[in-house]
Design a protein around this ligand. Structure first.
Ligand code: IMP
Length: 193
């Protein structure tokens, strides 16, 4: 039987993406089977800190093996913004549609549209934490396209692609995306250890 791994996220899209990629290694569980109603704290100044904070919160509260993800979209013309503040770019309460619209607005008239998505995963197991990073380069398109995925997917077009993430299936996104790349490193670590 495969070991159980809890995903320290309340984002059902992340659960879907990560579960699809880890199903051969783990029985993946989301947080619905744990007694958690509050939002997992996320107060760090970097993706690494937030990822570790989320993993530690679930691991210490429930004494389980878990994997946390913190991701951000860094836009070159905006000096790396929204970055670690991607979830709350348009303010509280966090709202994916408002974030996306604000980013499109802030790039109106700007020709340089390069951006990258970054994910930091933190795995907690047997008292030890391990981190894995993945990234994908691309650009921010001028108007949203597609209705798959979540968050900034409709305005992010990976390099060497003519579709945004939101115009791809989950399987297509999972072949190239930041989270999938971090998960590849995690799986390599598992295979080697
Ligand atoms: P967090 O990692 O849950 O804090 O997410 C940061 C922000 O980036 C949220 O607004 C997410 O919706 C967004 N985000 C994270 N991963 C992705 C992705 O794969 N595609 C699009 N948006 C994402």
């Amino acid at each position: 039987m495969r070991p159980i791994l809890y995903l320290a996220t309340q984002n059902k899209h992340k659960v879907e993406e990560i579960s699809a990629l880890l199903k051969d290694h783990f029985t993946v569980r989301d947080l619905s089977t744990l007694a958690i109603t509050e939002e997992i704290p996320e107060t760090g100044a970097t993706l690494e800190e937030n990822s570790l904070q989320k993993a530690r919160y679930i691991a210490e509260k429930f004494h389980v093996s878990c994997l946390a993800d913190d991701s951000g979209l860094e836009v070159e013309a905006l000096a790396g913004a929204p970055g670690v503040y991607s979830a709350r770019y348009a303010g509280e309460p966090k709202n994916d549609q408002a974030n996306l619209e604000l980013l499109v607005k802030n790039l109106v008239g700007i020709a340089h549209r390069r951006a990258r998505f970054v994910t930091v995963l933190t795995y907690f197991h047997a008292g030890v934490y391990h981190s894995f990073e993945g990234e994908i380069q691309g650009e921010i398109v001028e108007a949203p396209r597609g209705n798959q995925g979540f968050g900034y997917d409709p305005i992010f077009q990976p390099e060497n692609e003519d579709r945004t993430f939101a115009e791809m299936t989950l399987a297509e996104k999972n072949q190239i995306a930041h989270r999938a790349r971090a998960l590849e490193k995690f799986k390599k670590f598992l295979d080697e250890n």
